[in-house]
Design a protein around this ligand. Structure first.
Ligand code: LAN
Length: 729
């Protein structure tokens, strides 16, 4: 029955309902490959009951009994763990909604539509519900991320998404959103990536897209701007984009696409001068205006290179090499791909290249479901295929900080977590690593899971620390041999930059001047790797912990590495005493890490000027109620901003952890923070979701829902451990 599919294109009207029955959703955990299943069949639903985790993620009542009121911080940790334990998934890890960015679901839905990937009515329905719930009440628009102000990027792409899944153009919410799009100047004012997706759909013409020439992939490796030197996310996005741009590939025209041409523009579609609008952009979307250099290059590409110099055979050669690189990315990840952005593009590339019935297309389609997540508002697209290794590593470390790893009460939970990390370690480098420009990864861990397979300096470090902690705790098996731990160390030691600092996926391959080629407009700092206090600290602390247990293995390399890394940390301190955070909001997050780095070489509040200034910075931001409350604006502006809604538990925990790492001597401010965290704990042991926690590329926020458990418990646990006799309540 074709009417039950949304994207067969033969169906007249796709099925879409008011809502789905939330008691039918189940999260399927296949060794950390997450897919949400909707059990329409009553028998099947009875045989597979909802777990606490399912209900929690879906926002359904858990009906858990109240726990005895915590009398001290350690009791609060135990209560928190009693709750958090229920969220551990069958394969041993923790997962969660990893939403926030508002451009991921559109990319995925457009890629499904363009490749005629059917989606069931319950997907269409909950995508609609999620986007309606997230539209800004005043203007019906969407921003770059869930807390961001309305932008053309967010509003155009999410409007298109709603129309594709079957929402009528005359639905009141759509009328309102459309008015906002028109007020902002229409879709001609959208940034590069939106123009790209609209052209793939055929809602815009390719002439409106600034050039994405695959020929760049043909540049010899020594050329300073060669794409292999770019930040991995940018070059993987550029890859698929360049292939489709070169082909000027377009989806089959449908009624909806024809209608969108009339809905999204202020001008009459047939009269739009596409090429003249390549650089049109609304100020709201122009976080990183294009450089003069890039504008000049684009002009030359459009007016000289493309019409006069670009031969068919050169284009074909470039497309062929791009296609091979796409293939390598797909095969190295079993079509999971680095993140949902390049996964969506690669799906369309495979469809264009291999045809609708190809295995490559089918496998992409299957794996795209692993990015989807259902929560109380509806269905969204996660930033990656999950947070598995990352959040599990923090959960384990929290137990250590609270001194609870030996408590038999938590043994089964921790054992399962350790077994998970054991199975998720990447035992080999990727095939033909050098050819596809990949970084060594043997012995490492990914942020999500080993299917995705990209080692990240801090993900390797946090997981390694977690493994060492448990394997050195009496009562735990040694699952990961010394040799496998040495493999992780060898890989970690490749991550240092000449400055001493560490970046994320790879050491830097070019200078930050490459940012002049940043064409995305909506993001900052995307073109190359930077050094990050977060990543640098994670590596420093992992190496230090390792050296305590294996003092002889590469001891000189490690000493040198740590020494240079901490020197870099010092050099990155801002005049106000804090550090800028790239992956969490913002100064509070990074200052916590930097203080830990300093402490790892014995520099603390009383012995080090750097540490003292870091602590003073944090203390100067403590609020009346004892908490901290940095706002995401800090990431955009590089200046501390207070959150208008007041103290946040995660932020408060980060500040407390930093202060305690630095051995800040006065217990009073710490007690006030601890008290706030304890007061916010619910009778069943949980903490409620507050403001968004994470960030990338300076402008886009992303949710880390498990932080309200792992970091709160870490702060409370550390406090309990250090001040066992202090009375807080
Ligand atoms: C992530 C998620 C995890 C994050 C940490 C481990 C927390 C960080 O310390 C290092 C960088 C890393 C791995 C990271 C990099 C960028 C990611 C993958 C993300 C923020 C999640 C989503 C984001 C990705 C770039 C989203 C797609 C957007 C593009 C601009 C391509």
């Amino acid at each position: 029955n074709i009417t039950s599919d949304s994207f067969g294109h033969t169906a007249k009207k796709a099925r879409i309902e008011d809502k789905t029955d939330y008691s039918r959703w189940r999260l399927h955990d296949d060794e950390s490959r997450h897919t949400w299943q909707y059990l329409e069949d009553d028998e099947a639903a009875k045989e597979w009951p909802q777990t606490h985790a399912d209900k929690y993620f879906l926002g359904l009542p858990l009906d858990l009994p109240d726990l005895p009121t915590a009398q001290n911080p350690l009791d609060a940790v135990r209560n928190g763990l009693t709750f958090f334990e229920k969220l551990q998934l069958p394969s041993g890890h923790w997962g969660c909604d990893y939403g926030g960015p508002m451009f991921l679901l559109p990319g995925t839905v457009i890629s499904w539509y363009a490749t005629k990937t059917p989606i069931p009515w319950y997907y269409a329905t909950e995508i609609k519900n999620y986007l309606f719930a997230r539209a800004h009440p005043e203007d019906g628009g969407w921003g770059l991320h869930i807390e961001g102000e309305t932008s053309v990027f967010g509003t155009v792409l999410n409007y298109v998404t709603l129309r594709l899944v079957g929402v009528d153009a005359d639905h009141p919410n759509m009328v309102k959103a459309r008015a906002t799009i028109h007020k902002l100047g229409g879709a001609t004012h959208a940034p590069h990536w939106a123009k790209f997706w609209l052209s793939v759909l055929g809602v815009a013409k390719w002439d409106i897209v600034n050039p994405v020439p695959p020929e760049l992939w043909l540049l010899p490796d020594w050329v300073p701007i060669a794409p292999w030197r770019w930040w991995i996310h940018m070059r993987q996005v550029f890859l698929g984009m360049s292939y489709l741009w070169s082909k000027k590939w377009q989806a089959e025209e449908t009624d909806t696409i024809r209608s969108l041409r009339n809905e999204l523009f202020v001008e009459d579609w047939d009269t739009i001068n596409w090429a003249a609008n390549r650089n049109t952009i609304h100020p709201m979307d122009n976080y990183h205006p294009k450089s003069m250099v890039l504008n000049t290059i684009n002009w030359l590409l459009v007016n000289v290179w493309n019409p006069y110099l670009r031969t068919n055979s050169l284009a074909a050669k470039a497309e062929a090499w791009a296609s091979e690189l796409i293939n390598m990315e797909d095969l190295n990840t079993d079509y999971a791909d680095l993140a949902p952005v390049n996964a969506a593009m690669n799906l369309v590339c495979c469809y264009a290249r291999d045809g609708p019935d190809a295995y490559s297309v089918r496998r992409h389609q299957e794996r795209s479901h692993e990015f989807m997540w259902v929560q109380q508002e509806g269905l969204l697209c996660n930033g990656t295929n999950g947070v598995q290794c990352w959040d599990t590593a923090f959960a384990i470390q929290t137990m250590q900080d609270a001194g609870l790893t030996q408590d038999p009460r938590w043994r089964p939970m921790l054992m399962k977590a350790l077994e998970f990390l054991d199975r998720q370690q990447m035992r080999e480098n990727v095939k033909d690593q050098a050819k596809c420009y990949r970084q060594q990864r043997k012995g490492g861990w990914a942020f999500s899971n080993k299917d995705q397979g990209y080692a990240v300096s801090d993900c390797v470090s946090e997981a390694l620390k977690a493994v060492i902690i448990l394997q050195k705790t009496p009562g735990f098996k040694t699952l990961i041999s010394d040799q496998r731990i040495f493999d992780a160390i060898d890989t970690l030691l490749t991550y240092q930059n000449p400055s001493g600092g560490c970046s994320s996926y790879e050491p830097q391959r070019a200078g930050t001047w490459m940012e002049v080629l940043n064409a995305a407009e909506v993001f900052g700092n995307i073109m190359v790797e930077y050094e990050y206090p977060e990543c640098t600290t994670a590596v420093v602390t992992a190496l230090s912990l390792f050296s305590k247990h294996w003092p002889d293995y590469r001891s000189k390399d490690i000493r040198l590495f740590v020494d240079r890394a901490v020197k870099w940390i010092k050099s990155a301190q801002k005049p106000h005493g804090g550090w800028y955070g790239a992956w969490g909001i913002c100064f509070t997050y990074a200052t916590m890490f930097a203080l830990e780095s300093l402490a790892s070489i014995g520099e603390t509040y009383e012995t080090s000027e750097y540490s003292k200034r870091g602590c003073d910075f944090l203390l100067s931001k403590q609020r009346e109620d004892g908490g901290w409350s940095e706002h995401y604006k800090a990431c955009e502006t590089s200046e501390y901003h207070e959150h208008p809604s007041g103290s946040q538990v995660v932020m408060t925990s980060w500040a407390l952890i930093g202060l305690m790492k630095a051995k800040y001597p006065d217990v009073e401010p710490l007690k006030r923070g601890v008290k706030l965290i304890m007061e916010r704990q619910q009778p069943n042991g949980e903490w409620l979701q507050e403001a968004i926690e994470g960030v990338f590329n300076r402008s886009c926020m992303i949710s880390y829902p498990n932080y309200k458990f792992t970091f709160t418990m870490k702060a409370l646990g550390m406090f309990a451990h250090r001040y066992p006799d202090e009375k807080v309540v």
